[in-house]
Write a protein that binds this ligand. Structure first.
Ligand code: 3HC
Length: 344
């Protein structure tokens, strides 16, 4: 079955990578001779929303036990439903494509979903080997959480934040274990997007950083390394690009539709930038850009278009609210259903 094949492919890739690492290791690389991933069995995922449920699902599909935390039972139920629904789709797709029988798909679903334990108490994360946090982008919420995790978790637990624009260093400091802190930045939709950015702070240990990369391989993703800078690699390029596209529409240089067609057909992007802004959510874009403008006023690429503020003020957040630049019939769709109303 596809998922099993993926797992064995991952194992082969991991073995090859460890082999290469051993052969090519510099003389002071004793710490790398045993993989820190070997001990990773249980993964904690904090926040089971848009990103977190995908992070949990990919871990379960790769064979990890997952403890998913949402402190509000209603959010926990919602996240559990998202994981269940998405896993069911994966397995029923395998039947449709003739890659599995119905019995195999049912058994695969039961095995994957059986690895999930949903909890509302942070104490349940104490013995996790790796914890990936995907909660609201607010230091006021994140830092106290990391302080709790630092007191609670076993000494070897590696903490990973999925933040898209905040400082990983700050969270590591809050945990009291900055050497165990990394960023693991996933992309939306997590189930489909191959990339994860592994972020290293000045304090991150070699072992924690290596674990981040090896975890990505184990779940079938491709990882890149980056420093703890605003937006890392992708968002530093992508978010200003989306903002520039919105400024074009705001100035009337081209319509939203034409900007999107231009970038799809002119550069081969799967979605144009106006479409992508709707897909990511204009609250997220505004949050990222406003944070950067405040913290890095000297950076000319960080600007907040008026049209983005207008969309937010009107509650037109894109796909998640049913309308942004475009209209969205269904929050699970990848393409909009038609043009949105004029933006006043
Ligand atoms: N979960 C699981 N599977 C999904 C999914 C989801 N959320 N969304 C789509 N899929 C699956 C579909 O079921 C379908 O599978 P099938 O071929 O087996 O039936 C397959 O993906 C293709 O879906 P669609 O036909 O609906 O759509 P596309 O072929 O256009 O692909 C896309 C959709 C992968 C989203 C593609 O349009 C794309 O790559 N878009 C760009 C996305 C992007 O740039 N993401 C990054 C955003 S920035 C970010 O996340 C950073 C953050 O910090 C802000």
């Amino acid at each position: 079955m596809a998922v099993r094949k993926l797992r064995s492919l991952n194992n082969t890739m991991l073995a090859r990578s460890l082999f290469r690492r051993t052969l090519l290791a510099p003389s002071n690389a004793a710490a790398f001779s045993a993989s820190p991933m070997a001990d990773v069995k249980k993964v904690g995922v904090i926040g089971l929303g848009l990103m977190g449920h995908g992070v949990a699902q990919t871990a379960m599909q790769a064979g990890f036990d997952v403890v998913g935390l949402e402190t509000d039972p209603a959010f926990l139920q919602n996240g559990t439903n998202l994981i269940e629904g998405s896993l069911k789709k994966v397995h029923s797709r395998a039947v449709k494509k003739g890659k599995a029988t119905q019995e195999e798909a049912d058994a695969g679903f039961a095995a994957d979903f059986g690895r999930f334990e949903g909890v509302t108490d942070v104490g349940a994360l104490a013995d996790c080997d790796l914890i990936i946090e995907a909660i609201v982008e607010d230091y006021g919420v994140k830092n106290p959480l990391y302080a709790t995790l630092g007191e609670l978790c076993k000494p070897s637990t590696v903490f990973a934040t999925n933040t898209s624009s905040l400082s990983v260093t700050q969270m590591g400091d809050a945990s009291g274990r900055p050497e165990n802190m990394i960023g693991l930045h996933f992309f939306n939709p997590v189930q489909m997007m191959k990339l994860v950015e592994v972020v290293r702070t000045e304090h991150t240990s070699d072992a924690a950083f290596q674990l981040g990369h090896e975890y990505c391989k184990a779940i079938g993703k491709v990882s890149i390394s980056c420093k703890d800078t605003p937006g890392f690699v992708v968002n530093r390029l992508l978010v200003p690009y989306i903002a520039q596209a919105q400024l074009m529409v705001e100035r009337g240089d081209a319509t939203a539709e034409d900007v999107d067609i231009a970038m799809r057909l002119g550069t081969g992007h799967p979605m144009g930038p106006i479409h992508l802004g709707d897909y990511v959510g204009h609250d997220t874009c505004k949050f990222i850009l406003e944070g950067w403008v405040k913290n890095f006023p000297e950076e000319p690429n960080f600007v907040v278009p008026d049209i983005l503020l207008k969309l937010n003020a009107a509650g037109r957040l894109g796909r998640k609210s049913g309308e942004g630049f475009y209209k969205w019939e269904n929050t699970a769709d990848t393409a909009p259903s038609g043009p949105g109303a004029p933006i006043e």
